[in-house]
Ligand binder design. Structure first.
Ligand code: DGL
Length: 268
């Protein structure tokens, strides 16, 4: 009998659950190990060196737990460190699915030359210009406007959706979308689908592209699971109860969320 396929899914916090939900929907017969690096969030305001340090610890943890394949359910990681991770970990036998690189083709489907697409993302993702470069590889005539949305992740992790501050922050960013007459808006951070009710106060829901389906399609087309239902194990690096509370919009986690310690990043 072959061993059940175990997929590692990682993010800084509850954002990656928007991806996990679709993966489980498409591939219910895999085992999943979800890791939210809550001790180190938000990733989006940190340097590449820091994020790489966190990512390597997570992938080493996955290897120890018997993970076969890893889904990077984090735009910031996909933008900044995927290439380094691939170089180091694929020779060790881990297959890695990055988010941005796997979904841009679907994200621009139906758009024409001259159309504008906006990308809401963390500061680090916006600064990397990864969305622009990946989209322009496919069509250099699409206008890409990358909008850094510092503060959105904290709204989600702290469940502050209904505050005037959250409304103001979202309004400010959506103003840029409207000024650019965007045909589509990519939710370029996996935390942002939690904000859809707030975002759609400023534009119709159909304009927003949530990458989770496209990523799950890509992963499921390249992996094979067996025929018995799998299980999900949840891990965080801090505050498992907070994680459970913030996760609720996408996952009502009944099981224990285990807390693990990771080495600290010490800049030299
Ligand atoms: N959810 C992640 C992303 O897609 C990271 C957000 C953060 O921790 O800043 O970019």
């Amino acid at each position: 009998m072959t061993q059940k396929l175990t997929l590692g899914v990682m993010d800084s916090g509850v954002g990656g659950l928007t991806i996990l939900k679709e993966l489980v929907h498409k591939m219910p017969n895999c085992n999943y190990l979800y890791l939210g690096d809550t001790a180190n969030l938000p990733y989006g305001s940190k340097s590449k060196d820091e994020i790489l340090f966190f990512n390597k610890n997570i992938l080493n943890f996955f290897i120890k737990q018997g993970v076969n394949d890893v889904v990077i359910a984090c735009n910031t990681t996909s933008a900044l460190t995927y290439e380094d991770l691939k170089k180091e970990f694929e020779p060790k036998g881990l297959k890695i699915f990055p988010l941005i690189q796997s979904i841009v083709k679907s994200a621009i489907e139906g758009l024409n030359d001259g159309d504008c697409i906006c990308v809401l993302s963390t500061l680090a993702t916006a600064n990397s210009k990864k969305y622009s470069s990946e989209i322009h590889k496919l069509n250099p005539n699409i206008k890409v406007v990358e909008i850094p949305c510092s503060g959105f992740v904290e709204i989600v992790e702290n469940r502050k959706y209904d505050t005037p501050e959250a409304y103001k922050l979202v309004e400010e960013k959506m103003q840029i979308v409207l000024e650019n007459k965007a045909k589509r808006v990519i939710l370029g951070c996996t935390h942002y689908p939690y904000l859809i009710c707030l975002l759609e106060k400023f534009a119709p829901r159909e304009i927003f592209f949530n990458p989770s389906c496209a990523l799950a399609d890509e992963v499921s087309s390249r992996l094979e699971c067996d025929t018995t239902k799998g299980k999900i194990d949840f891990y965080v690096t801090k505050d498992p109860l907070e994680f459970k509370q913030s996760a609720k919009l996408f996952f009502d986690i009944q099981d224990e969320v285990k807390c693990i310690k990771m080495p600290k990043f010490n800049q030299v």
